[in-house]
Design a protein around this ligand. Structure first.
Ligand code: F6P
Length: 341
């Protein structure tokens, strides 16, 4: 078979490990051929390809980012996008596609499968919010980056008697904030799933100062105040209709200073969480996803996605991963609340 591979959406550590595993097993065990599509769905839409053989994947296991490039292009939002993909796949003699991506990229893969395109999905996102898989790769690296930042912020917070706010990624789900906040000993964790009450947050801040420690607050970029308690500015939309986030940390900083009279400072970790080399766990998970994705292609199991269930890699229908997001369960958040204040 001649198989196209693409990586779409926000990049994340481990993408290259998937590509490497797919190509290595695909060539050596099954004798398939590969074509790399550039920049997410833009590649098959515009016929942008790059060679993808064993030589091209040498040495990429520890490398962050993606050798194929990525974008947030949505073929269903442009005139003739799907027809262009179908025509290019035919012209290039592509029998099947492996799409490595999150909610948006795999949402497109799901619809293309319904159009008859032979596609298998691999779940990625640092946010860990894809349903039907216990974990996505990239998440562990992001959590470790955020935890290290929190560890460092503790000492400077203590020296200056300040409240330090760490804004982490997490558009709809607070998994990074919850895991990194717990691992880093945060005094407040705010996540999108649980709208926060600014008065309660300030109480936590004050009680922490009373015990002669400086509070560390970890906030997901998608966290929002409970209705009617604070006003937030609107942001721009991308081609999947998502608002560009970032800024809740600064909003909290001002409110905390105003309401408590204590000094506060914000660190926005942003893309640092997505860049750089993957952790061992993410390399392991990404590699196993790649090995199982090429098995699914070889079996002609179209419209499926590889998923981690316990310690096993299963195949699930692509639609299961993209119809609902996996949000933080309230009982997990409640566990962390023991350490607030
Ligand atoms: O890929 C998911 C994610 O990292 C989100 O956590 C974040 O909101 C978004 O991507 C940022 O996207 P971009 O890099 O396109 O600004």
């Amino acid at each position: 078979m001649r198989i196209g591979v693409l990586t779409g959406g926000g990049d994340c550590p481990g993408l290259n490990a998937v590509i490497r595993a797919v190509v290595r097993k695909g060539v050596s065990v099954y004798g398939h051929e590969f074509v790399g599509f550039r920049d997410g769905w833009r590649g098959p839409i515009d016929g942008l390809t790059s060679p993808l053989g064993v030589q091209e994947v040498r040495g990429i296991l520890p490398r962050g980012g993606t050798i194929l490039g990525s974008s947030r292009t949505n073929p269903f939002k442009m005139d003739g996008g799907v027809e262009k993909i179908e025509a290019n796949l035919k012209d290039l003699g592509i029998d099947a596609l492996i799409a490595i991506g999150g909610e948006d990229t795999l949402g497109v893969a799901t619809k293309l499968h319904e159009h008859g395109v032979h596609v298998v999905g691999v779940p990625k996102t640092i946010d860990n919010d894809l349903n039907a898989t216990d974990f996505t790769f990239g998440f562990d690296t992001a959590v470790n980056v955020a935890m290290e930042a929190i560890d460092r912020l503790h000492t400077t917070a203590e020296s200056h008697h300040r409240a330090l706010i760490v804004e982490v990624m997490g558009r709809h789900a607070g998994w990074i904030a919850l895991h990194a906040g717990m691992a880093g000993g945060a005094n407040v964790i705010l996540i999108p799933e649980v709208p926060f009450d600014i008065e309660k947050v300030c109480e936590y801040v004050e009680s922490r100062f009373e015990s002669h420690y400086s509070p560390i607050l970890v906030v997901s970029e998608g966290a929002t105040p409970a209705e009617g308690t604070m006003v937030l500015a609107d942001g721009e939309l991308d081609s999947f209709g998502h608002v560009r986030l970032g800024g809740i940390g600064m909003v909290l900083e001002k409110e905390i200073e105003k309401r408590t009279g204590k000094e506060a400072r914000t660190t926005v970790l942003g893309h640092i969480q997505r860049g750089g080399t993957p952790t061992a766990r993410d390399r392991w998970l990404a590699t196993r996803f790649g090995l199982h994705a090429i098995d699914a292609v070889n079996d002609g199991d179209w419209g499926t996605m590889v998923a981690l269930r316990g310690t096993e890699i299963d195949r699930v229908p692509l639609g299961d991963a993209t119809t609902v997001l996996k949000l933080v369960d309230p009982h997990l958040y409640a566990e962390a609340e023991v350490f607030f204040g």
